[in-house]
Design a protein around this ligand. Structure first.
Ligand SMILES: [Fe+2]
Ligand SMILES: [Fe+2]
Length: 157
């Protein structure tokens, strides 16, 4: 099904996240312009966590979860799993920032982030799109725009 434009905003971030996930896996091929050492990858992951992943997870939990979780049993399960995986990813970020078993942790992070994004794209967004009314979609679009604007303003400060 064609993705609704509100969810396209989230899907754009997903594309970047998938590239990051890819380079973190053990034996990943080299990507142009991306770090090739374990230390370089860890540094990039921590930067991307602060600038992109954390705000993205927050936006999903703030705007999408409350709207979706009571629409169906399947959506309830999916929302629970999404939140749990966000926590698991955040825990791995904690380990990466402490340099704990860096190569293995990065690999775990890559696998989890990859699966997480695919779950959202293949199932969560499909279910959300089917469950929301056009009014809810329009409200969501307004909210997403507001949040994005306020986050770019904080960046400029
Ligand atoms: Fe997510
Ligand atoms: Fe996401």
């Amino acid at each position: 099904m064609k993705r609704h434009f509100v969810l396209v905003e989230f899907s754009k971030d997903h594309h970047q996240a998938l590239i990051l996930a890819q380079i973190c896996k053990i034996n990943s091929p080299e990507y142009k312009g991306m770090p090739t050492t374990v230390a370089g990858k860890a540094k990039l992951v921590l930067e991307k966590w602060e600038s992109e992943l954390k705000p993205h997870f927050n936006l999903e939990e703030k705007l999408l979860v409350p709207l979706a979780e009571n629409k169906s049993i399947r959506l309830k399960e999916l929302c629970k799993r999404i939140i749990l995986e966000h926590k698991q990813i955040e825990n791995l970020i904690g380990k990466i920032s402490k340099n704990m078993e860096l190569e293995t942790t990065l690999n775990e992070f890559g696998l989890l982030l990859d699966n997480h994004v695919r779950l959202e794209e293949r199932e969560w967004f499909e279910e959300i799109q089917n469950a929301l009314s056009s009014e809810e979609i329009n409200n969501l679009a307004v909210q997403v725009k507001k949040e994005k604007e306020s986050s770019t303003q904080t960046c400029k400060k």
